[in-house]
Design a protein around this ligand. Structure first.
Ligand code: DGL
Length: 263
């Protein structure tokens, strides 16, 4: 038994749907959600920059919260830094990487769409995933930088139609490529999942890694015998101050939506 918290980590608010999946299923566990908004966005930074940023942010979080395990609820951070984190910190890490393997299995026409950050799309880890698990598929990659920025900063203040407008170029791209499945390879996109599904239409499936990651964390906690017996409070922590009223409003709105106490 171990009542210490599980630390969720993302460059911003994208990892919250991953946290929600686990929160519902493991009501005894306590969660600290770190949104590294000081360093947002990750997707446009270099590998070296990201390893330094993620290491330092994790170091501070470990000092403050002494987690028993961590979910890197960010595809970009996971593909870049999981090995580094595992060899530098002495608790288990569970990563979130694009669901290429199940997508290749589910695709009937063997045309897969991958929506992610620039960094994830270009990274050799993603290339390896595709070679290993989707060599019989064509994978069409779309870097959704504007969409990620919109979600992080403007989701709560968006006017009618703005959500649809921001995803429109991605939707057109996937329609043109005639994919039958789209992998949400950046956690932020889950916050526009319904809008994406409506715009893509019923003939295109959407897939993410929530269930696989959730099941993996449950397995790790059980195997290591570190399940919690008593819940403490859940916290939503920002690493920086939002520098604009609309951004601050967005953080307040989202932490409330997910039932977390903002720090
Ligand atoms: N949420 C992140 C991901 O899953 C990245 C967003 C960003 O900071 O660019 O890749």
């Amino acid at each position: 038994m171990n009542n210490s918290p599980i630390l969720f980590f993302d460059s911003g608010i994208g990892g919250l749907p991953y946290l929600e999946w686990l929160k519902v299923r493991m009501p005894e566990e306590s969660f600290i959600y770190i949104a590294d908004n000081k360093n947002f966005p990750y997707g446009t930074k270099s590998r070296e920059q990201l390893i330094d940023i993620i290491h330092d942010t994790m170091d501070e979080a470990v000092d403050k919260y002494s987690p028993k395990a961590s979910v890197i609820a960010c595809n970009t951070a996971s593909v870049i830094s999981l090995d580094h984190l595992r060899s530098n910190f002495d608790f288990p890490f569970i990563g979130v990487v694009p669901a290429i393997k199940p997508a290749a299995f589910l695709s009937e026409n063997k045309k897969i769409g991958l929506m992610a950050t620039n960094r994830t799309i270009e990274d050799k880890y993603t290339e390896k995933l595709i070679i290993e698990h989707a060599s019989d598929c064509e994978v069409f990659r779309y870097a959704g930088t504007e969409i990620i920025d919109f979600i992080e900063n403007e989701l709560s203040s968006a006017k009618s139609g703005e959500r649809e407008t921001v995803i429109d170029p991605a939707v057109k791209f996937f329609h043109e490529k005639e994919v039958d499945i789209v992998v949400l390879g950046c956690t932020h996109f889950l916050l526009l999942e319904n809008e994406l599904q409506n715009a893509l239409g019923p003939q295109i499936k959407i897939i993410d890694s929530r269930e696989g990651v959730g099941r993996q964390i449950v397995r790790v906690l059980k195997d290591k015998d570190i399940l919690s017996a008593k819940k403490q409070s859940d916290l939503f922590v920002l690493t920086g101050q939002g520098d604009e009223e609309k951004k601050i409003k967005n953080y307040r709105w989202i932490s409330k939506k997910y039932g977390l106490c903002a720090v």
